[in-house]
Design a protein around this ligand. Structure first.
Ligand code: NDP
Length: 244
């Protein structure tokens, strides 16, 4: 088991990549606090293992973040791994992106990642170790038509990650920060993407298929485990060789 007894906090863990990361972490012996918008009562079906703790955590709401982090600390006493996974898209060509679409994407994908990490980083510094893994996107590196808002926020995840990799270990704490940049992965998020775009992405992918959430979860296990103990400040593309 690569993650035995590691205490993990995953945001947006109710479905898609966050849910699959949670399942892979549990299989590797971790205890996962699975945060998401809905309450534990509404998410009873996710309580599938004694090491999953379903908690409510809205990454745009400071009180909700603080309550969730307090719950983890009160129950488990530490946070070994933070997965900044919650994210949304509100796609459109630039002239069609409304203020609301801009603000909503920035609030969750960028400010949310900042706010959650601001709450967790001091705990990791105090305990002397920690591991922060954030979901960026190939779009945050290469850009993509119709995704100005999303690209901006996923680029910010890259630069925040590189900043934390330098800043957080300054006083000797063994804290790592890395990002995963997925290509196009089959999840409820990409269900909204028109089939012709998905077909184009598939044909632009060297390995000839879209990704699955498991492809991302396996990378997350590697980065969260001690097998990657000398890797920090990196952005790992998991995209099957996609050319945008
Ligand atoms: P999904 O839309 O399938 O899942 C996103 C999850 O985030 C949902 O459980 C959603 O909850 C939750 N969420 C939304 N808003 C908030 C919030 N304010 N606070 C807490 N949780 C919230 O997305 P994916 O699994 O596909 O994506 C996961 C991450 O991976 C995202 O950051 C995404 O940008 C990134 N990514 C995904 C790619 C893909 O192709 N799928 C490609 C590149 C990056 P609810 O169900 O209640 O809305």
């Amino acid at each position: 088991m690569k993650m035995k007894n590691k205490i993990c906090l995953v945001t947006g863990a109710g479905r898609g990549i966050g849910r699959t990361i949670t399942e892979h972490f549990i299989a590797e012996g971790a205890v996962v606090y699975a945060g998401d918008l809905a309450s534990p009562e509404e998410r009873e079906n996710e309580q599938t293992h004694e090491n999953i703790r379903v908690i409510q955590m809205n990454v745009t709401d400071k009180t909700s973040i603080q309550t969730a982090v307090k719950t983890v600390i009160n129950e488990a006493g530490r946070i070994d791994v933070l997965i900044n996974n919650a994210g949304i898209t509100r796609d459109g060509l630039i002239q069609k992106i409304s203020d609301e679409d801009w603000d909503a994407v920035v609030a969750i994908n960028q400010t949310g990642v900042f706010q959650v990490t601001r709450e967790v980083a001091p705990i990791m510094m105090e305990q002397g170790n920690g591991n922060i893994i954030s979901l960026s996107s190939v779009v945050g590196i290469d850009g993509n038509i119709g995704q100005t808002n999303y690209a901006a926020t996923k680029g910010a995840v890259v630069t925040m990650t590189k900043t934390w990799a330098k800043e957080l270990p300054r006083k000797g704490a063994k804290i790592r920060a890395n990002a995963i940049a997925p290509g196009f992965i089959r999840t409820p998020m990409t269900d909204k993407v028109p089939q012709k775009v998905l077909d184009l992405m598939e044909s632009n992918t060297a390995l000839g298929r879209l990704g699955e959430a498991e492809d991302i979860a396996k990378c997350a296990v590697f980065l969260a485990s001690d097998e990657s103990s000398f890797i920090t400040g990196q952005v790992i593309r998991v995209d099957g060789g996609l050319k945008l």
